[in-house]
Design a protein around this ligand. Structure first.
Ligand SMILES: [Mg+2]
Length: 296
């Protein structure tokens, strides 16, 4: 056998759903990781196996990740921030301070779907933020921004298992730094909003960190760890995550735009972010609970 196909349910995984998938894959055996997740060991190629499993499962809330067994162990996670590690788009929340959220979020949505040039769309939106007090950022971090379900457990557990965790965001350092710190991540890279006299100037530092920079960061982190991208996971939801998702050994789309979901190795559509831990073959009893202050 050369392949592991992991089924991950949002809640309990009904064993009656697993048996037909095992049969359809001509699998050798299945092994429960928890009441929500099961590994199925078989032969084949990842994408055809994933398609077979998904077709067999039908319209149930179960995610499927298929990957070569030999490269399952990972050393690096590179993750997007907005709508991935956190439930919000920071730029949209900043725009709300000026009652511009509908206008800005419409542009954000189109940019994340890949319908607009990322840098041009970011510049256009940041211009609308001119004059917003810098203090609004910490208020948003305290009262509006929330970690995605499972994010804190995912990061704490990856760290405990020797996986480096890096945040890369087309959003802003003023959010990415505190959020990475809150989650206990090793590093964060993002764009910097320029400030003057305690107010946003409406400009962003150049060059703008976009899709290419995310991919380059993933490659640089791999070089630093002396690993190949096979040993890396990339996680994101938007069009600017596609390049790094394509580069990583395991490219995962989370609650993603259709284009991203279609291009990724697998999609986390139903389960929370602890699905990443099941993808690595970790059992629920190996998960590390985050300290309460880091959850929400
Ligand atoms: Mg995103």
């Amino acid at each position: 056998m050369n392949l592991v196909v992991t089924l991950i349910a949002a809640d309990a995984l009904d064993p009656a759903l697993v048996a037909p998938v095992v049969k359809a894959l001509g699998a050798h055996h299945a092994e429960r990781l928890s009441d929500r997740a099961t590994d199925i060991y078989c032969d084949g190629a990842p994408q055809p196996a994933r398609a077979t499993a998904l077709a067999c499962l039908g319209p149930v809330a179960v995610d499927v990740i298929a990957q070569p067994l030999e490269s399952r162990q990972k050393r690096l996670l590179v993750s997007d921030m907005d709508s991935t590690l956190i439930g919000q788009e920071c730029i949209d929340e900043l725009a709300a301070v000026h009652d511009l959220k509908p206008r800005v979020s419409a542009i954000t949505e189109r940019a994340m779907r890949g319908e607009l040039d990322f840098a041009a769309a970011l510049t256009e939106r940041v211009t609308l933020l001119a004059g917003i007090p810098e203090a609004s950022i910490s208020q948003l971090l305290d009262s509006v921004i929330t970690a995605s379900p499972g994010a804190a457990t995912m990061i704490a557990t990856l760290k405990a298992h020797g996986v480096r965790t890096v945040l890369v965001s087309g959003g802003f350092t003023q959010f990415a730094g505190p959020i990475a710190k809150r989650l206990g991540m090793d590093a964060a890279y993002a764009n910097r909003l320029l400030m003057a006299d305690g107010l946003l100037t409406g400009a962003v530092a150049q060059p703008i960190l976009g899709a290419d920079a995310k991919r380059e960061r993933l490659l640089a982190e791999c070089a630093d760890l002396a690993i190949t991208p096979d040993a890396a996971i990339a996680l994101g939801d938007g069009a600017n995550d596609l390049a790094m998702i394509g580069e990583a050994g395991l490219g995962l789309a989370y609650r993603a735009k259709p284009k991203v979901a279609a291009a990724a190795d697998a999609e986390i559509r139903h389960a929370d972010l602890t699905a990443v831990l099941y993808a690595l073959g970790l059992r629920a009893d190996a998960f590390i609970a985050p300290v309460p202050a880091e959850t929400n």
